[in-house]
Write a protein that binds this ligand. Sequence first.
Ligand code: SF4
Length: 453
Amino acid sequence: MTETQKRFDKSAYIETYGCQMNVADSALMTDVLETAGFRMTEELTEASLILLNTCAIREKAEERVQSRLQQLTQLKRVRPDLVLGVTGCMPKHLGKELLDRLPKVDLFIGPDSYRHLPRLVEEAQEKPTLSLRLDDEDYSDLSPVSIEGIHAFVPIMRGCDRFCTFCVVPLTRGREKSLALRDVVRQVEDAVAKGVRAVTLLGQTVNSWHHGEDRFVDLLRAVSDIDGLARIRFTSPHPVQFGEDVFALIAERENLCPHIHLPVQSGSTRILDSMKRGHTREEFLELVELIRRHLPDVGLTTDIIVGYPGETDEDFDETLSLVERSQFDSAFMFRYSPRSGTQAYRKLRDLEIPDDVSGARLSRLIELQESISVQRFARWEGREVRVLVEGPSRRNPRNAVGKSDDGKTVILPGGPEAGDLVDVRIEKTTSHTMMAFGIEEKNAEPATEVMEV
Ligand code: SF4
């Protein structure tokens, strides 16, 4: 054993960037490290292993990590045994060029190599180490479930086969791999045994999950049958991969939430075609109608990209009109971010839109969606909703905070505990939050918060 290895005390700290899938991957890495005798710490300066679990979906996300790494390399001056690692999508996206760009980083690991983390950390104590290969790893025997209070995030598949032209995910996470139904059920049952009341099933195109004869609707039914589970959601589905049977099942089962996040990306068929999304504007609008026929009170949310290469004013107007017609409860709205390796980056660079144009379009879209959100939330004023309580509100611990089944944050008077299901009447709403008195406490003072973020 070398001197560096002797000083290394197996304390580890993980900082997570990006989507919920990355949060679940950090839980997976924690499991692998603890099994190998590591002690996890919340204190960065105590750790002999620091891992940044990263995202590559937008340029800004990668820039943030690079500037964080520059700060962290300073720690090596006082702690020469420190192993500094970057995991997840960013090392897979940028590959070997990171060795030159970040010479003080010891370890680069892609999303399919977490099982080998202990061995790779050992190697990195001696020389810069890279493990970026993609294979058929699904981690089905490990525990990738991340638990936050009463809520668990359960990855049911990894990777993506769709290759939308703007997206790095198929390049960084590889092809689609679904876990077996029995493995998902086992992981959810384990989470419920630890006190979990709500789960979100995760996948890049979660509704394309299939394993043997089992389809997504079969998995939903099996998870819904698990005793003690109050709420089940899934994210993110792809519009072309829904069967009507999924909406019929959600309508029938109380613990399947009428909350559907349905990424549309653009309202123009021309742009959807260029993005290779596999559906037209009209097909998307028909799907929205179908969902609302089965689930009239559905909470419908979406993702939209503004300023995709070649987007004209007319294409953007189509996006605005699709947003008007779809009446989303809320939306994640972004400016297009060119990502090396993608088809859009390789073939459409000369059609990129100037920043000031895409910025102005984004502001208009946000303004429109904000006004729709205000109306969508206001529809609930005076109505009763069932809330799954998550715990005391951070802003005012005398109040409690929870979620309605269609995914809205609700502030209610304190009293109910995390995991309780309570019926409340909505008194006031903003574009992000609903505020309630308890049914039996209608005459009490209203919750004082304006917004819970
Ligand atoms: S379906 Fe989603 S994850 Fe897959 S390539 Fe398209 S945008 Fe990326």
